[in-house]
Every structure is written in C-alpha cells, then in structure tokens.
Design a protein around this ligand. Structure first.
Ligand SMILES: NC(=O)c1ccc[n+]([C@@H]2O[C@H](COP(=O)([O-])OP(=O)(O)OC[C@H]3O[C@@H](n4cnc5c(N)ncnc54)[C@H](OP(=O)(O)O)[C@@H]3O)[C@@H](O)[C@H]2O)c1
Length: 373
C-alpha cells in the first residue's frame, strides 16, 4: 500500500469569546475550528511515526486545552494553541516508523491529532495495544482506558471508599456514594464500580435527562435524578432521609457541588474529578457552601488519573475481571460515531460537532468515541 502524502487536519482556529460557546460549523468564518490540508513528508526523522487515525476519544478536558498563543498560565497537560491542529486521546495505526519504540503495523494509544493522518514524535504515544488479547479496540479508550481508571482511582484513592467499609460490612451498611454526570463515561463507571465492586450500600446519580437517569438506575444506581428538574434536590434529600453522603464523586462543580457539600456526612470525602459546568464559563462552577467543608470536616481531594500511573496494570486487571464477571457493562457503555461523507473534508468536519455533544446536553450515555478509519 502506498503511503499517504497529505493529511486533512482540524485546526483550532480561535478561542471562543464571551460565554465561551464553541462554534462547530467549520464552513463559517467565526468557527472555533477550521479545516486544512497539509503535505506529509514521509521521509521521517528519528523518533517520528506516520500514524493513521483509527479512533478519537472525546473528553471534556480538551475544552481546557484551548488557548491563545502566548498564554503560558500553568496547565496540568500541554495545551493546544490557536493555529495548531486540535488534539485528543486516541488510537492509531503506525504506517511507517523511525522510532525504536514502535514498529510499522503497531496499533498505538496516545495523544494524537484531529486528522486522518499525522506525523508525530513517539513521545506522544503512551503504549502499544496488545491486539493478541482479541478485545475490541474501543475498549482501550473506555472500559479498559483512562475513563475506567479515572472512576476506579477517584473512588479508591481520592475518595478513599475503602475507609468507609467495615471489614465485613453487614448488608446495607456500606457507604453511600453520590456521583454527578452519572450517565457519562466516567460517571457511569463510578456507579458500577461503587455498587458492584466496592460495596457501596447506596449509589445516587445525577444526570441531564429522565432517559439517562433510567439507564443509570439500570446499571446499578439506587436513585438517579434529573438535575435539570427543579425538584432534584428534594428528591435526593427524601431518599437520604436521616443519612448523609459518605463519598461524593464530583464531575461538575457549581450548584450541584454546592448542594452536595450541604449533604455530606461529617468527615466525608469529595473526590474532585472535574468541573464541567464551568469549562466554558468558569463562573458557572462557583461554589456557595464552602463553610460546610469546615463545619463537617469534609476532605476534598482533587486528583488526576495520571497520579496513579504506576498502579494502572493492577487496576486494569481488576477492571478486566469485573468486565468478564459482567459487573461492568460493556456493550451499552460505548457509543461510536462513525464519520460520514464522500471526501476527507466532509468527514473530518464532523469531528467538532460530535465532540461538542459533551457540553450541549445531547451526548448519548456512556463513552463517546469517533471512528475515523
Ligand atoms: N481528573 C481526571 O483525571 C479526569 C479524567 C477524565 C475525566 N475527568 C473529568 O470527568 C468529568 C466527566 O468526564 P467524561 O469523560 O466522563 O465525560 P462525559 O461524562 O462522558 O460527558 C460529559 C457529561 O457532562 C455532563 N454535563 C455537561 N455539562 C454539564 C453541566 N453544566 N452540569 C452538569 N453536568 C454537565 C453531560 O451529561 P448530562 O447530559 O447528564 O448533563 C455530559 O454527558 C469531566 O469533568 C472531566 O473533565 C477528569
């Protein structure tokens, strides 16, 4: 097969202004993104790989990568500056290699481009996928990837869930766990791990539609409330009765976090995973109940999944077993959008729209992936 000589790329064109709304129609002059065709120099330099993009992960954190050139404010991960190709976690096939770490034909996971092809330095690649295991590739971006690891370590490390378990908890005496964005990729895995692996007595979820709530209850939550309804707080309070939440896994920040802080048990823990409510407009993530942290001696622990990378292999083993034992749903937890269109331009122009579903309320439940090839 002859190697590609050009790539179609989605460029991050301009930082969203005002309320931070992402504009996804690349044909419009005010779009956040633009399409570009770039020549590929297939005479690779040492350490470079020619990658064909297979799958792209859609992650809310990509919203926090978008920066103006020259904005060097601290960041936990390299940002993407205006004028550069947009990036994401993803899987690709190595078409050509001048790297000692990866060979032609390898399927690799890493931080790759919103593009059909790319020449990348091998430092952007995290690992080679062991295809001999015969598992579907999307698993490596979802149930066996960062998503599940975030849920697992958020509960066990930041949330210290085991601290709330008696050695042999009597039935119904395990801790109460609550999670926001519960129908999402991380949140839905939190529900299942807390309920089916870690002995939570009750799991409460919050999600953005009645349909999503039904699914969250189907996979293990005892209660899931639609936070867009005005009675969501009273529903949680009625459910709790005289009890309080031991561990709150916070994906959203803002008013939901403020409410949950007022409903935590004394010495409870908040695993601060994300604050998606404020990624476009930081004011929406403000917290109004800070004193609860003092009065109820609550520990709030922020975490990045990468903090625990040395423990990834043991966690993947636990998660793999849980999938085999059907304690974690796989089939209904991954939603794949396949790019459609006759030309690379038509196909690649779909990517921003699909990614933006994360923020629009229209995202299907579970992990949202894009199949590029
Ligand atoms: N700390 C880490 O290492 C780490 C790693 C991965 C992810 N994260 C964080 O984990 C969170 C979930 O990520 P994910 O990949 O699993 O995405 P996801 O949940 O699959 O998608 C995002 C979800 O957030 C919900 N959402 C959007 N705007 C919201 C708002 N204003 N208020 C409440 N919910 C809102 C939407 O669900 P509804 O339809 O229910 O509104 C949407 O489905 C994010 O905050 C992300 O940044 C952190």
């Amino acid at each position: 097969m002859s190697l590609p000589t050009e790539a179609t790329e989605v460029i991050f064109e301009r930082v969203p202004e005002g309320d931070g709304e992402i504009k996804t129609d690349v044909s419009k002059p005010d779009s956040t993104f633009a399409l570009k065709t770039t020549k590929l120099n297939t005479e690779l330099k040492d350490g470079q790989l020619l990658i064909k993009t297979l799958y792209l992960s859609n992650d809310p954190t990509q919203r926090t990568w978008l920066r103006k050139q020259g904005n060097n404010a601290r960041s936990y991960i390299p940002p993407v500056y205006e004028g550069n190709v947009m990036e994401s976690l993803g899987l690709g096939e190595v078409l050509e290699s001048k790297s000692e770490k990866y060979s032609k034909g390898d399927i690799v996971s890493g931080r790759i481009n919103w593009a059909d092809y790319a020449i990348l330095p091998d430092v952007k690649i995290f690992n080679k996928i062991d295809t001999k295991q015969g598992l579907p590739l999307p698993y490596y971006l979802s149930v066996l990837g960062m998503t599940s690891l975030t849920a697992f370590f958020g509960l066990t490390e930041a949330g210290q869930l085991h601290k709330y378990l008696k050695e042999k908890p009597e039935d119904g005496k395990g801790p109460i766990v609550c999670v926001s964005a519960a129908s999402g990729a991380v949140g839905s895995t939190v529900v299942q791990i807390a309920k089916h692996l870690l002995g939570a007595s009750k799991v409460i979820g919050l999600a953005g539609s009645d349909e999503k709530c039904k699914w969250v209850e189907k996979i293990g939550a005892d209660l899931c409330v639609n936070y867009k309804n005005s009675d969501y707080q009273s529903k949680i309070k009625d459910f709790l009765g005289d009890s309080y939440v031991d561990v709150y896994f916070d994906n959203v920040g803002g008013s939901i976090l403020s409410f949950l802080l007022s409903n935590m048990k004394k010495f409870g823990r908040v695993a601060a995973c994300g604050s998606i409510s404020g990624y476009s407009d930081p004011k929406l993530a403000y917290v109004t109940t800070w004193f609860e942290i003092v009065a109820q001696c609550i520990t709030v622990e922020g975490f990045l999944v990468s903090n625990y990378k040395d423990k990834f292999p043991e966690a993947i083993k636990v998660l793999g077993d849980a999938i085999k034992d059907k304690k974690i749903d796989v089939d209904d937890s991954i939603h794949i959008e396949e790019l459609k269109g006759n030309s690379p331009d038509e196909r690649l122009s779909e990517i921003p729209k699909i990614w933006n579903l994360l923020f629009s309320g229209d995202k299907p439940h579970g992990k949202l992936l894009i199949k590029v090839a």
